[in-house]
Write a protein that binds this ligand. Sequence first.
Ligand code: ATP
Length: 221
Amino acid sequence: MNATQRDDGLVGIYGGTFDPVHLGHIRTALQLRRELPFAEIRMLPAGQPPHRDPPEASAAQRWYMITRVTGPERGLVADDRELRRPGPSYAVDTLEELRAELGEARPLAWILGMDAFAGFDTWHRWREIPRLAHLVVMTRPGVREPERGPVADLLRERRAVQPQALTERPAGRILVWRVEPLDFSATDVRECIRSGKQPRFLIPGVIWSYIQREGLYGSAH
Ligand code: ATP
């Protein structure tokens, strides 16, 4: 923890597969760190993501990559708790663990993209999540806010207009935040590499060097 971080401030949890971590993740995390009252943002690679195919890169490889782009000087901290926990990585379990560690009063916010938020009602014990944390939903090009159904209802009930709402209480509000549009995903990065192209401008050079060294995503052709 550095001098600018406070041990009672808002903690952001940016979960994802990070297969691989790309500039869409890094730039949005840094933008949220700058624009919202976060004391720190924890980047948490999922061990076994419950809603998708298993990642191509191993847990150790995804952990290595995330630690290349995080650092306390950026206010981004890598957290390996989901990689260490056996079984599917459910956000609700992670948040219960963090609540127990950080205490009832500490404001926590789970950060997710609008695409992930649209399917929030399929998450394990999703109705309990707002009791444990706020949600910060990042806009994503081509993905509209849900207009009907349980996720739209949840958003209507809990929507925060101002970022300060996230520090006024420990959990329960949903803030939709416009992030600089970066219209690509880790799937696009993997496809770009597999087709023999260089993923310039999509991932940092240090991540590309590592992917080539490890022969990940079919880069060894
Ligand atoms: P994949 O294509 O493998 O599904 P992804 O990049 O969409 O990968 P994750 O690595 O699981 O997804 O991303 C973690 C979180 O970051 C998700 O909540 C996702 O919505 C969000 N995210 C990823 N890329 C962007 C982006 N370019 N802009 C905004 N949010 C993003």
